[in-house]
Design a protein around this ligand. Structure first.
Ligand code: CO
Length: 134
């Protein structure tokens, strides 16, 4: 059901410093910061030959990554995103197998303008999983 690894998202406290780390120390291609008020984050995309890393910094009040950064002072891997061909079929299969879909269970438009869903980390080895329809 799942296909390619679309991205790994890393929550960071200082987006400029983290962007410089990836660009200058690791020598990666990085995007300009992209504020996403609807998602409560500002994102920098790190383009790798086979996938992406997304650096997420909290934006505004009640950011969904604020609590994560309280628990992880140095930042940390926040979620991984797998591609699926049919997100509704994927959701229904996962629910039938007992996995918990976060929120109201309806796909939202994600950072790339495509439908996404998140799956409960307790059902997936302690890892928040995002599914993105491609
Ligand atoms: Co993501």
């Amino acid at each position: 059901m799942i296909g390619r690894l679309n991205h790994v998202a890393i929550a960071v406290k200082d987006l400029a410093a983290s962007t410089a780390l990836y660009r200058d120390t690791l020598g990666a291609k990085v995007s300009a910061p992209l504020p996403q008020p609807a998602h409560g984050v500002t994102v920098v995309f790190v383009e790798l030959p086979n996938t992406k890393v997304e650096l997420l910094e909290p934006l505004g009040e009640g950011s969904p990554i604020a609590k994560f950064l309280e628990r992880n002072a140095d930042g940390g891997i926040h979620h991984i995103c797998y591609e699926v061909a049919d997100i509704l079929a994927a959701r229904d299969k996962l629910k039938a197998e007992g996995a918990r879909v976060l929120g109201d269970g309806e796909p939202k438009i994600g950072a790339h303008g495509k439908p996404v869903l998140f799956l409960h980390p307790k059902d997936f080895n302690g890892t928040l999983v995002e599914l993105e329809q491609v």
